[in-house]
Structure formats: C-alpha cells, structure tokens
Design a protein around this ligand. Sequence first.
Ligand SMILES: NC(=O)c1ccc[n+]([C@@H]2O[C@H](COP(=O)([O-])OP(=O)(O)OC[C@H]3O[C@@H](n4cnc5c(N)ncnc54)[C@H](O)[C@@H]3O)[C@@H](O)[C@H]2O)c1
Ligand SMILES: O=C(O)C(=O)C[C@@H](O)[C@H](O)[C@H](O)COP(=O)(O)O
Ligand SMILES: [Zn+2]
Length: 365
Amino acid sequence: MQYTFTINLIEILEMTTIVDDNFSQLNDFLHGKTFSKIFILVDENTHEYCLPILLGNLETDLSFEILEIEAGEEMKNIQTANQLWEILTEMQADRKALIINLGGGVITDMGGFVASTYKRGIQFINIPTTLLSMCDASIGGKTGIDLMHYKNMVGTFTLPEKIFVYPKFLETLPFKELRSGFAEMLKHGLIADKSHWENLTAIQKLDIEGIIPHIKTSMNIKQNVVEKDFHEKNIRKTLNFGHTIGHAIESLCLEQGNPILHGEAVAMGMISETHLAVLEGLISQEDAQTIIENIQRYYPYLDISDFNDEDIFGLLFNDKKNTDSKINFSLLSGIGECTFDYQCSRKNILESLNFYRKLNDFNLN
Ligand SMILES: NC(=O)c1ccc[n+]([C@@H]2O[C@H](COP(=O)([O-])OP(=O)(O)OC[C@H]3O[C@@H](n4cnc5c(N)ncnc54)[C@H](O)[C@@H]3O)[C@@H](O)[C@H]2O)c1
Ligand SMILES: O=C(O)C(=O)C[C@@H](O)[C@H](O)[C@H](O)COP(=O)(O)O
Ligand SMILES: [Zn+2]
C-alpha cells in the first residue's frame, strides 16, 4: 500500500508571519499557549544584535533560558547537538518546552534538529535573522547537521510551529551574508518565476532597501514548492538547483578549514550547473549566458583549480538526491523552469567544473 502525505498550503502560509516592530504577532502566539519553559537558541552575533530587540518586545510570564553557541557552519554538527540535548536535559526541559531559534540557517537547522529529536520532539519556532534564513532556511521543515564535512547528512523533516520574520534584523547583517542569502533568492527566480529573477537582477547595488521588497516573493516561492512536496519526492528537488555541485564545493572548503558561505557555494554551483544544462541540451546558450553573467555581477570568483576532481565526485556520489548510485541533478530548462532527477554524463559534469575553473573574475563588488 502506498501512502501519500501532503501538507495543506494554508497551513504553511499561515505558519509564516512578518511581524511588526512590537512583535505583537509573536506575543499573541505565546499568550495562547501553555509552554512549560522557553529556550532561546542564539549564536554570539544574534545574541549581540538580535536578542536585545526580541527581549525588549517579548511579553510573556513564562520563564526562559538563553542557549548560545559559537557562530558558523563549523558548529552545525553532532557535538553541538549533543551539548544542546545535554543542557536541555540538565535544565529538565519537558515535552511542553518551546525552543525559539533566533538566527540564521545554522541556528534554524540546528535548533530545529535538536527540537525535533529531543524527547522524540518538542515544539519550536523560527525567528530568522539573516536574509538566507528569512527567504529559505527557516521555511519548509528541513532540519539537520553536517556529518564529517558532508552537508546536512543527518536531519529530519519537521515543521516549526511558526516562523516570525522581522526584516529589520537585516540592518546589522554584514554585506557578505546579505549577498549569500541573495543567491537563494536568485535560485527561486531561476527555478520558478522569471519575473522574480528579472526584478532581482534589476537591482544594481545589493543593499537591504533594494532587497527587502522582494523577500516575500521568495518566501512564497519556497512555501509553494514545499507545500506540493514536503518530503522531497519530486518537485522539491528543484530547490536544490545549484546545490549538487555547490554542496560538494562547500564541503571541500569546510574540510580544508577554509569555509565559504552557503550562498557563495550555491552561486558557484548555479553557474556550473547552468553550463551543464547547456551541455545536456536543456537550456539555450542565450539564457545560460544571461544567467551566468548576472550571477558573476554579484559573486566573486571561487578558485577551485586545486580541487581534485575525484574528491568532488566522491562528494557528488553522496548527494541526498541520488538513486541507484547515479547522481541526480536539478537542472534549468529555461529561466523560471527547472527539471529534477536528471542524470548527466561524467564527461559533461567534468566539463561544467572546468567551465567554471576557466571563468575570469568579472566581479564588480
Ligand atoms: N533548512 C533549509 O531549508 C536550508 C536552506 C538554505 C540553507 N540552509 C543552511 O543554512 C545555513 C546558512 O545559513 P546563514 O547563511 O543564515 O548562516 P548563519 O546562520 O551562519 O548566519 C550567518 C552569519 O550571520 C550572523 N548573523 C545572523 N543574523 C545576524 C544579524 N541580524 N546581524 C548580524 N549578524 C547576524 C551569524 O552569527 C553568522 O555569523 C547553512 O548551513 C545551510 O546549509 C538550510
Ligand atoms: O528546502 C529545500 O528543499 C532546499 O533544498 C533548500 C536549500 O536551499 C537548502 O540549502 C537545503 O538545506 C538543501 O537541502 P539538502 O537536502 O540538499 O541538504
Ligand atoms: Zn541552500
């Protein structure tokens, strides 16, 4: 017998709220609930820049504890998860405890994972503080940690109770982090909405004034895809465009102790995978050129000349989308259209990596 599981669109859309300056939507949510205790997970930066804003507006009689981890992808691992499970145990967090994940994608992935496994699952909400987590990571229920240097190898599909988005958190976000999140927004346009892509690429200077008006569209694209295929059996794989090669490069950089930002890796992966789509006859040269030139406008060239092809293939062969020992790509068939489960020849994959290696640095930033 086959079971299918679909989440109701309304459920996902209602899960996400853009909050006002008083966080009244968050306070309303908390007032109606009987949590035993609240744990707010932060990293050192969101502790400094975002927690004071949140606490200044939080209206609740419930007691809360702050759990802080160091910032960075290097922390998204089993050791950190273990420490958090231990702290929750020592503090006698019960099944009615709530975790508030206040941070970027590392915090929402990690906090969601810890919450979804502790005592077989306690409730959590996401309050994203980076562009990347507002538009992508806080939405859709993928939680997880890296294993060795393989990205997101252990995790769960578990939705938060709510996602509260406060775009003004972006005011303190460093430019590189803003640009990293912008890569996932470009991805949303490329896989699903040509006009979103055109609006984003019309932005001449990447700053929050230019980007904030487009956040909601990216959130909606992600929500719509997730609603159709929560467990990534089919169309959700399109959200992985740029990530097959991107994750491999991100993992290698992490392993070498030279981490790059997730969005930087995705930008590189989108260029390489767009060329791969040309080699496979999926997309026109003209569309590919537009895509690649625009991504190059925003992102610095990543020097992967020293990366060994076999190391890259080793990682590609462990990609979570693979089946039957075959690498499954999500490739563009046009601007705003994406295929998935697409298998390419080794020759073309190598050529797409070499295409990237040969690109000049046209970065304007
Ligand atoms: N679950 C998903 O669907 C999903 C989607 C995309 C990415 N991800 C994951 O998300 C992670 C990347 O997320 P990220 O880019 O948000 O990284 P991040 O969480 O590491 O945050 C980036 C940096 O910005 C700092 N920061 C956060 N908010 C700030 C603020 N308002 N002001 C100043 N500094 C602030 C953080 O401390 C950190 O140093 C990766 O691990 C990636 O795999 C998950
Ligand atoms: O939500 C999804 O599905 C995505 O693929 C979004 C990606 O941007 C994100 O990086 C995700 O964590 C990648 O998923 P993974 O399953 O390849 O780890
Ligand atoms: Zn991503």
